[in-house]
Design a protein around this ligand. Structure first.
Ligand code: FES
Ligand code: FES
Length: 183
């Protein structure tokens, strides 16, 4: 792949994805991980970015790509239950880990309390930030801790929302926490 930059690569192969670039550069070694509760065996290059492997190769489109530089939080997934940005994470770092993406949270029939609150409150506008915020909020609610609004604001501070929907998003997360702790 030396001598071919990304735009030249796409001009030459317009149907290719960014992860194809990595895949063709270096076939990876087999690695095992668990994604949304299912054991998987993958042979993607370990240096490929996790966000591309998850979205493009494993078809988990719930993982969003925003800034691509670890600043906005849109690409957040859970790695062994810990909120982690996937746009700056080598795929190889997921070896042996339990990975959760938005697809692995709740179901239509039984949404997670955060999903139920988001459905009820409809806090988003464009909704682009919500995948990442969902994942961090799920980790917050599942921690079982009694959190104040100040705690939630601090935890979600890393997540950017260009639509300015933060007040309604925080209201939804607080509703989820209230629901869980009153059950
Ligand atoms: S896309 Fe990963 S932090 Fe913005
Ligand atoms: S609702 Fe649009 S970026 Fe948050």
């Amino acid at each position: 792949m030396a001598g071919l930059n990304v735009s030249e690569y796409h001009d030459a192969q317009p149907d290719s994805t960014m992860s194809d670039l990595f895949l063709q550069a270096d076939k990876g070694q087999e690695m095992k991980l668990t994604i949304n509760g299912t054991p998987r065996s993958c042979d993607y290059p370990t240096h490929a970015l996790a966000v591309f492997a998850l979205r493009n190769d494993l078809d988990l489109k719930g993982v969003r790509m925003g800034c691509g530089d670890g600043h906005c939080g849109a690409c957040t997934i859970l790695v062994d239950g810990v909120p982690t940005t996937s746009c700056d994470l080598p795929f190889g770092a997921l070896e042996g880990k339990q990975v959760t993406t938005p697809e692995g949270v709740g179901t239509v029939a039984h949404p997670h309390p955060v999903q139920a609150a988001v459905l009820a409150e409809q806090p988003g506008q464009c909704g682009f930030c919500l995948s990442g915020i969902l994942m961090r909020s799920v980790a917050l609610v599942d921690s079982g801790k009694h959190l104040t609004e100040t705690d939630v604001r601090a935890a979600l501070d890393k997540h950017l929302c260009r639509c300015g929907s933060q007040p309604r998003i925080i209201k939804a997360v607080m509703a989820a926490l209230k629901e869980v702790h009153s059950a």
